[in-house]
Design a protein around this ligand. Structure first.
Ligand SMILES: O=c1ccn([C@H]2C[C@H](O)[C@@H](COP(=O)(O)OP(=O)(O)OP(=O)(O)O)O2)c(=O)[nH]1
Ligand SMILES: [Mg+2]
Length: 168
């Protein structure tokens, strides 16, 4: 098995009784994060869940907290702000705003359960340079379904912006 190159990330365990983030398989993009607390989420309920770790990501990187697909598919567990952003300068505890999207069943999480995954990526830092006109492109200002909706032709109405619908 080919090992991916490793980025050194200093990590502080704030709760040594819970396993630190780890990749389940060698080539996984996300390191699984665990809850340090028991959590019970009623349908539609959300909670900010501690993971017991803090990190110092290298400058030029950020961490993104994604849901785990198995828990999403089986239980409706998701991350409210998916993907949550961990800034390189953040030294506090990584916390995950979880939500139960199941319409009827509660979700019970136990301390130590793997609840989400942290994907670390390089990020560009822009220098925003104000200009009078932007370079032309094929797409121009078209978006939000401009290339079509479902293959049957459904869903081709352009959505309204908040300002447009407010104005009516
Ligand atoms: O799911 C998340 C999202 C954020 N954070 C922490 C790390 C991040 O660096 C910081 C700020 O996050 P963000 O910029 O998304 O939140 P904000 O609402 O813009 O807060 P701030 O004004 O502090 O930037 O909060 C988490 O622990 N988990
Ligand atoms: Mg912010």
């Amino acid at each position: 098995m080919t090992e991916s190159p490793r980025l050194t990330v200093p990590l502080k365990r704030l709760d040594p009784g819970v396993e630190p983030p780890a990749y389940a398989l060698a080539q996984d993009a996300g390191a699984d994060l665990r809850t340090t607390v028991d959590v019970s989420l009623a349908p539609g309920e959300r909670a900010l869940v501690p993971t017991g770790v803090a990190v110092a990501l290298p400058a030029g990187h950020a961490g993104f907290i994604h849901p785990r697909s198995g828990l999403a598919v089986r239980h409706g567990l998701s991350v409210v702000n998916a993907p949550g952003t961990i800034d390189a300068g953040y030294r506090g505890e990584i916390k995950v705003p979880l939500i139960n999207l199941d319409p009827s069943a509660p979700i019970e999480l136990r301390r130590g359960d793997r609840i989400a995954q942290l994907v670390i990526q390089q990020v560009a830092h822009a220098e925003f340079v104000e200009v009078e006109a932007l370079e032309e492109s094929d797409r121009g200002a078209a978006g939000f379904g401009s290339t079509g909706g479902f293959e049957s032709g459904r869903g081709t109405d352009m959505p309204q912006t908040v300002q447009e619908s407010d104005a009516q």
